[in-house]
Each structure stands twice: as structure tokens, then as C-alpha cells.
Design a protein around this ligand. Structure first.
Ligand code: TRP
Length: 434
């Protein structure tokens, strides 16, 4: 049995989700929980919320709203470990263990902290003015979030990549000092997530105040859609789909044949009012069953709480034994307890997947990765020289996360094989490190 590949992502409970969050992040993340061979950890990062928000009622309310939104949108808590960070006491405990192996200089370089410093400097204040130690320490808390589950992949936007690199550094320092306890996590960068345009045509974002709340009541949804900017072309005049916020939003919710029909309608000069009506119908069709579930959950917070408690219990089945081992490893153990064994090498899969290199009749050089049971996991395209094939193999061995970057040199894979290949690369890397 191959170890499943673990994906972990945190959602900071601040604000109310909007259609852009739904189409760009929630919907794909929920779909990803159906990938076989993958284990998903999604959590509400409420300790993180305290860094920015010190209004207790807002933190509390927002946690309910965000949890209810994910559940209403179709997150199945059986398919993912869905929990609230502050229900896992091992996370702050691990934060301290990591704090003690993290250079202060590393944290000095964190973007969020540097940005706060630069802003102060530009405004003539002391660099640390208004900067809490929480903001400074935030990357360590995030490292603990990830390492507490030994996650392999962390789906994040570009702005968070530095934090994942820091988590790797922390994991590597800890492993170096105390034995191989941590998997080095990788950022799964979400570059091609669909971003929706907002009411004014710019990217839909809280900071532009151009959003449509995901669960706005029907009437309000209708009004907001009516407020989406369009050009001044009259009914009957052909309209352009390029750059049309309305069309783009339609496309994010419509079936492909509906999108094609809308494209045609644009060319034939559909009136903006009619196009907006179709957009409303299309969004409402998808959202309205969710909205009903959302309203029910908000009216019954006990249902949401029960889901989170169950998630916390499942999560702690992972974190309790890990922290137990880590406490031993660093020397925190009963005075009567013997010294722990050096960290056991990772359970060695008896039969590991193998890379095979070969030359085809076309004279080019190829490689493939084959599982112990013979399943083909990766198949390269042709290389001119064996060295180039070898280089690609070496890169995959050293850096399992390079799989995405090397996609151009590999035959396309379906999602299940992709996940199996990724898990196989991690298993190989772990076996080499042991
Ligand atoms: N800091 C992340 C954000 O602002 C949220 C987050 C907290 C997170 N802990 C995490 C994301 C761990 C991934 C992994 O978006």
C-alpha cells in the first residue's frame, strides 16, 4: 500500500465569501476532495485570524459563516478532515518546538513583516510600530499547521509560497537536530485558478469593494447582477465577449453549451438586460440549494459545531501521536522514561517504484516510472540525449514537487495516475532519505 498523498490548506475566517472565492477556490477545492489516493486536510485558521482581527464577535461569527459556507457549498466532511485550528492543542505546542529551531533572521525576511516595516519607515515611524509579535511569528504558526500533519502538498496562491519554503526550512532543521520526523512540504501553486471579475470589471476582491456575496439573498443577488458594468451598446447591436465581466461570470457558472449559446447571443446583439437575466438564472440555479443549506446551518450552529468536533477528533488522531514522539525526541519526557530510539526510518515500502530508461526505435531516449505492481506511473516524451533524460529523472528524485514543472517532458496523465505518480515520487524520496 502506498501512503496517500496529503494535501492541506488553511482558510482564515475573516469576512464573508463572495462568488469569486467560490468559483476560484472553494468549488475546485471541493472537487479535489474526490481525487482518489489523496487525503485532504482543510481547516479554519482561527488562530491566524487573531493576528488581524481583535474583535471577538467578528472572529466568532466569521468562523461560523465560513464553516457553514464550505459545508453548504458541498464539502463532504467524510471525504476531508475538516477542523478548526484552535481545537487542536498540538498545533500551538508544535509552534513552540519549531520556534526554537527557527532562525530569527529567517522571520525577519518574511514578506508580511517586511511590508509592515517598510510602511512604517516610509511614514517616518519606528520600524516595529504597531507590529505584534504575532505578525512576526505567523510563519511559524503556519509551519506548525502544515508539519503537524506531515502534509506533502499545500495549495496556495503565490503570496504564500515563501511561507511554505519557511516551513520546509523548519522541518529540515528539526529533522537535522532530532531525526527524520517531518516530510518536507511543497507549495502546489495555484496560478491558473479562475479569477472572476467584480461589479466594476476589475478582479472581484474585498479590497475593491466590488464583490457579490456568495449567499446574498435572491433579491439582492438580482440587484447586484443588474449593477455589473457593461458598455453602452444598444439592444440589437453585436456585443463583445472579450473583456465582458458579465460573459466571464456566465461562463464560470454555465454549462459549455449554454456558454456557446450566450456567445452567439452576444454576436446577435442580445440586450444587456436580457443577458443579465440569463446570468442571474444561471447563478441562482447553482447557488440557491446551497443558500438554503447555508441559512439552515446559520440557524443551527450546533450542526456546524458537531462537524468541526468530529473533524478535530480525526485530526487529533494524527497530531497526538506525532507530538508524543516529538516531545520524546526533544527531551521532554518523564524522568523515568528511557531515551527514545533514534527516529525510526520511514516504513520502507518493500517494493519501491522504479525509474527505467530506454531507447526507442526512433533513436530517442525515454524514461518511465513503474510501480512495483507494474502500473505505469510516468512516461516521458523523447529526449535527444540520455543525459537529458537522466537529468529529468534526477530532478524528480531530488524534488518530487518538480513533477508539475516537468509536465512538458511527460505524457499527460489523468488525475488519478498523477496522484499515484506524485505519491510514488515521495515514497522514493523518503526511502532515499532514510
Ligand atoms: N495564511 C494563509 C492565508 O492567508 C492561511 C493559512 C494558515 C494556511 N495556515 C495555513 C494556508 C497552512 C495553507 C497552509 O491564505
Amino acid at each position: 500500500m502506498q501512503e496517500p498523498i496529503r494535501f492541506l490548506t488553511g482558510i482564515t475566517p475573516s469576512g464573508t465569501p463572495h462568488l469569486g472565492n467560490y468559483a476560484g477556490m472553494m468549488r475546485p477545492a471541493i472537487a479535489a476532495t474526490r481525487t482518489p489516493g489523496v487525503e485532504n486536510f482543510y481547516f479554519l485558521a482561527d488562530y491566524h485570524a487573531l493576528i488581524k482581527c481583535q474583535d471577538p464577535e467578528r472572529v466568532h461569527r466569521s468562523t461560523l459563516e465560513i464553516a457553514a459556507s464550505w459545508l453548504a457549498a458541498g464539502l463532504d466532511p467524510e471525504r476531508v478532515i475538516f477542523y478548526r485550528q484552535s481545537d487542536i492543542p498540538e498545533i500551538p505546542e508544535l509552534t513552540w518546538l519549531l520556534t526554537c529551531v527557527t532562525g530569527k533572521g529567517l522571520l525577519n525576511r518574511a514578506h508580511a513583516y517586511k511590508a509592515a516595516q517598510d510602511k512604517n519607515a516610509a511614514e517616518g515611524r519606528d520600524g516595529d510600530d504597531g507590529v505584534s509579535a504575532g505578525l512576526f511569528m505567523y510563519p511559524v504558526l503556519m509551519g506548525a499547521d502544515i508539519l503537524a500533519f506531515n502534509a506533502h502538498q499545500v495549495p496556495v496562491g503565490r503570496d504564500q509560497v515563501q511561507h511554505i519554503e519557511m516551513a520546509r526550512d523548519m522541518a529540515a532543521s528539526f529533522n537535522h537536530l532530532y531525526g527524520e520526523h517531518f516530510t518536507l512540504p511543497e507549495a502546489a501553486i495555484e496560478d491558473n485558478v479562475a479569477t472572476l471579475a467584480g461589479l466594476d470589471g476589475r478582479k472581484m476582491s474585498k479590497s475593491y469593494d466590488n464583490t457579490i456575496a456568495l449567499f446574498a439573498p435572491r433579491e439582492q443577488l438580482k440587484k447586484l447582477i443588474a449593477a455589473i458594468v457593461t458598455d453602452s451598446r444598444a439592444p440589437g447591436e453585436p456585443k463583445q465577449v472579450e473583456g465582458s465581466a458579465l460573459f466571464q461570470m456566465y461562463q464560470a457558472f454555465a454549462r459549455p453549451e449554454e456558454t456557446a449559446a450566450m456567445r452567439q447571443a452576444y454576436a446577435e446583439g442580445i440586450a444587456w438586460g436580457e443577458a443579465k437575466q440569463r446570468l442571474f438564472d444561471c447563478i441562482d440555479r447553482e447557488i440557491s440549494p446551497m443558500r438554503a443549506r447555508y441559512e439552515d446551518l446559520l440557524a443551527h450552529p450546533d450542526k456546524v459545531e458537531a462537524v468541526l468536533q468530529r473533524g478535530a477528533e480525526r485530526a487529533r488522531q494524527r497530531t497526538r501521536p506525532l507530538l508524543q514522539r516529538l516531545r520524546q525526541a526533544v527531551g521532554l519526557r518523564p524522568l523515568t522514561a528511557p531515551a527514545p530510539q533514534a527516529a525510526a526510518p520511514r516504513a520502507q515500502a518493500t517494493a519501491l517504484p522504479q525509474f527505467k530508461q530506454y531507447r526507442e526505435k526512433d533513436g530517442r531516449f525515454y524514461f518511465k516510472l513503474v510501480a512495483a505492481d507494474g502500473q505505469l506511473l510516468l512516461q516521458s516524451t523523447g529526449f535527444d540525449a540520455p543525459q537529458s533524460a537522466g537529468q529529468a529523472i534526477a530532478r524528480l528524485q531530488a524534488e518530487p514537487g518538480a513533477l508539475a514543472a516537468l509536465a512538458g517532458q511527460l505524457q499527460p496523465l489523468d488525475a488519478a495516475t498523477q496522484a499515484a505518480a506524485q505519491a510514488a515520487l515521495h515514497a522514493l524520496a523518503a526511502a532515499r532519505a532514510a
